[in-house]
Design a protein around this ligand. Structure first.
Ligand SMILES: [Zn+2]
Length: 100
């Protein structure tokens, strides 16, 4: 599972999921937000939704975060067609994507 996954749900509905291992347990971050149980290695999932510009490039709006077990937060992702990452800049949350 890559740290960044791009999922296209409908023609104009694309989400980017970024997964980060926080390297700490629930003692620091609290229980899993999905199953409400203790987590030994908390994973933080950040979700971004697309805004498509006239030139076809995508920019992404932060749609919130979810933390807990790796499998729990991944299980909350939308299902759809996976997309390739062409260019990636974390500084301004900017990605360019293409269909696989
Ligand atoms: Zn869980």
């Amino acid at each position: 599972m890559p740290a960044v996954e791009i999922v296209k749900v409908y023609a104009d509905t694309v989400y980017v999921y970024r997964l980060t291992n926080m390297a700490h347990s629930s003692a620091k971050f609290g229980n899993c937000q999905v199953c409400n149980k203790h987590v030994s290695e908390v994973h933080l999932q950040t979700k971004y939704g697309q805004c498509k510009k006239a030139n076809g490039k995508y920019f992404w709006a932060d749609q919130g975060a979810l933390w807990g077990h790796k499998d729990c937060v991944i299980g909350k992702r939308e299902t759809g067609k996976k997309m390739n990452l062409k260019k990636f800049t974390f500084g301004n949350n900017s990605w360019e994507v293409e269909e696989q």
